[in-house]
Structures are given as C-alpha cells and as structure tokens.
Design a protein. Structure first.
Length: 130
C-alpha cells in the first residue's frame, strides 16, 4: 500500500469519526403537519430614514396555520382569521416556530410590553429644581 493511499484512508477515517460526533449534537428538524399553528420569524432591518428600530418590533409574527406542505422544508401558510385561503408566499422551515414552543418559552403567556397595550399610561413626574 502506498503512502498516499494510507493518507487518504486515514483522512476518511478521521472525517467519519468527526461526522459521528457532529451528528450526535445535531438537532432533528421539526415536522409540521397541516393545521398546525406556527409563528414566522420576521427580518426587519433598522432604518433611520423610516425612523424605525428593529429592536422595538416583534421578532415573530403570527400565529398562522399550515395550509399545505409543499416540500419537506417548505410550507404554504394561511391566516387564522381565514384558514381556507392560503397566503401567497411560501415559508421555509427554518423561519417557522411552533406556537406552543413560543408560549412555553414565555412562561405560558405572550409577553406584550405595557406601552403596547396602553396600560400604565401615566405621565412621568416632573422634576423641579429648587
């Protein structure tokens, strides 16, 4: 056996060993079924011209209903208000999150800031200097 052949087999063995360890850490993809509720990850960029900051906008939008599975990683969605009419765009699986996971992450409720709901609309105290 030549040395170049030995190098190639050693390299392939090392690569296979690395793949086994990498696959152990890899999480399986989520399989969504028709009529599952999901949230879509939004990709809003800040814009000084439009005077909006992405950190004040929600990271996810929804809930939406899975209308049809197009491929193993692409789905057609419908709104919860009208579940019989699909939305026009298709969303890849990596952009979706199950609604139940989002509620579990937030302690069983959706965290809406008080300024968004209109609660605690109290004017701040004016500080006067003597």
């Amino acid at each position: 056996m030549s040395s170049s052949c030995q190098v190639l087999t050693d390299y392939q063995l090392q690569q296979d060993r690395r793949k086994v360890y990498a696959d152990l850490k890899r999480q399986p993809s989520v399989e969504y079924q028709v009529n599952d509720k999901v949230l879509i990850t939004t990709r809003l960029l800040s814009s000084s011209v439009k005077q909006l900051s992405s950190k004040f906008y929600p990271r996810r939008d929804g809930p939406y209903i899975i209308f049809k599975k197009i491929s193993p990683v692409s789905y057609q969605l419908a709104s919860t208000d009208n579940p019989t009419v699909p939305l026009e765009e298709e969303d890849p699986q990596k952009e979706l999150m199950p609604e139940r996971d989002f509620i579990a992450i937030n302690g069983g409720k959706c965290n809406v800031p008080s300024w968004a709901t209109g609660a605690n609309n109290v004017e701040p105290r004016k500080v006067t200097r003597d």
